[in-house]
Design a protein around this ligand. Structure first.
Ligand SMILES: [Zn+2]
Length: 482
């Protein structure tokens, strides 16, 4: 596939160090709170990338860390430990917080059809490896001890800012913003590899080390975890664009200095999900989670559909209206797939293969998932039988993971159950043949007709509480249990 590389600022043909096998690393979540849907946009697009590489025939070894220690509230080395913040907020221990939010993260991933990486490694499980790497950097003269902490010495590098062509001075602003200067650092961009001195004496998790009791810096965990599970040559590193600096920049500095050779040639960065008033964050505005979307009646896969409709290198604007549009389009698509008749003849394998090539041409050009979705609509218009169309959709869904044929089959089964009853006035209630619910639906229609909208809403809410959703259609109502 052709893939844009943030390290070279170019789109090139993707190749792996070992032909046919991709060593892939993704920065995982810091598990101190629920993931917001902006974070999850990155994981959805990384999932599509992984699945597309598999679709092209690569074997993929995907590794992800779980940050359960060491990530301070600022991406620089200052502020409070995020995990400790979470524990204080909820009056729990740090490990309880980590377990709870790790579980919540993977629940969200499951709902969004995001595959769990081959290896998921919590940072607290690999402390000896971090210590070994920090010691190696000290031995090679890339690190120094000052004020009780171990720092990486960025002045030893030929080139530190690998992702941006900006002046270094511009980037210093980001480092300084709202942050007390750490007087132990020799250079402004130096960063902590191992803390023994924290402003916060009650840092909950500490380990013994050659430099005293302390805890690792955030950046070292990704370098060491990738080295352990991906080996010395990583092919593809993924993350949100805001991780490019300082986090990924620091990972490269550490890994290449430690290994003594180039480390990872391909960098894949997903851009932000913005709300109307800027970048989405946990601290600002409404805290948008998958659970909140569900509470408001959205299918998590409609959010996946929404993300896949736009390119990962463009900021995506989230509004409820945009999500409504995506959900509407997704439901219509499922309805169209449901209208196909499975097994109406033999699958035309040549047609499936031709569509596969077309899909590769679209998605294989810098993960253009939006064109991948266009290919789905095109496939529905093909002059082939329905069984072939369904086979094509199943093939595309190996990458898109929108459950197209699965949801369509469920819809077919549900539609088959539906029983329609028309009364004397011509009002049709279509449901599952429950007279009690039918009666309430009719009572609501009469209330509406009489202009008593409060009563109509009350009945709808009551039904919803009992798991019954109503859809108003011309001449009647369709209800179903959800
Ligand atoms: Zn990372």
């Amino acid at each position: 596939m052709y893939l844009y590389n943030s390290a070279t600022h170019r789109k090139d043909l993707f190749t792996a160090h070992t032909p046919g096998r991709v060593e892939m690393y993704t920065c995982g979540p810091t598990v101190y709170h629920f993931a917001h849907i902006g974070n999850l946009r990155s994981y959805i697009m990384e999932d599509a990338l992984e699945k597309y590489l598999r679709y092209e025939g690569f074997e993929v070894n995907r590794v992800m860390n779980i940050t359960d220690v060491g990530h301070l509230s600022s991406d620089a080395d200052t502020g409070e430990d995020k995990m400790l913040m979470g524990a204080r907020r909820e009056h729990k221990t740090v490990m309880e917080i980590a377990q709870f939010y790790t579980g919540a993260f993977f629940d969200d991933c499951r709902k969004l059809n995001i595959r769990t990486p081959d290896t998921v490694q919590p940072a607290t499980g690999l402390i000896p490896e971090f210590i070994e790497m920090v010691q190696g950097l000290l031995d090679k003269g890339y690190a120094y001890i000052a004020g009780g902490n171990v720092y990486f010495d960025t002045s030893r590098l030929q080139r530190y800012h690998v992702f941006f062509d900006h002046d270094e001075e511009d980037l210093q602003v980001g480092v300084r913003e709202g942050v007390e200067e750490d007087l132990s650092k020799r250079n402004k961009n130096d960063f902590v590899l191992w803390f023994t001195r924290s402003k916060f004496e009650d840092q909950a998790l500490k380990w013994d080390s050659p430099w005293g009791v302390g805890y690792p810096g955030w950046h070292i965990e990704c370098s060491a975890i990738s080295l352990k599970y991906n080996g010395e040559y990583l092919d593809l590193h993924c993350g949100g664009i805001d991780n490019a600096f300082p986090h990924h920049t620091n990972e490269i500095a550490q890994s290449e200095s430690y290994l003594g050779h180039p480390w990872c040639p391909w960098w894949f960065h997903v851009h932000h999900l913005n709300t109307g008033d800027g970048k989405m964050s946990k601290s600002k505005g409404e805290f948008l989670t998958v659970s909140l979307l569900e509470q408001r009646g959205y299918d998590p896969l409609a959010y996946r559909f929404f993300c896949l409709q736009s390119h990962y290198r463009k900021a995506l604007v989230f509004t409820w209206e945009n999500l409504d549009n995506a959900q509407g389009a997704y439901r219509k698509l499922i309805a169209r797939v449901a209208a196909l008749r499975p097994g109406d003849g033999p699958v035309d394998e040549a047609a499936v293969a031709a569509q596969r090539e077309k899909f590769k041409g679209a998605v294989g050009n810098d993960l253009n998932t939006s064109l991948g979705i266009t290919a789905v609509y095109d496939a529905l218009k093909l002059a082939v039988n329905d069984a072939t169309k369904l086979a094509v959709l199943d093939d595309f869904d190996r990458v898109l993971s929108l459950d197209l044929t699965k949801k369509a089959a469920a819809k077919r089964a549900e539609d088959a159950k539906a029983i329609a009853a028309t009364d004397a006035s011509g009002f049709t209630v279509t449901g599952e043949g429950d007279p009690e619910i039918d009666a309430l639906v009719r009572a609501r229609a009469e209330a509406k007709k009489a202009g008593n909208f409060a009563e109509a809403d009350r009945i709808r809410d009551e039904l919803r509480k009992n798991g019954v959703e109503l859809t108003d259609v011309p001449g009647g109502v369709i209800w179903k249990r959800v």
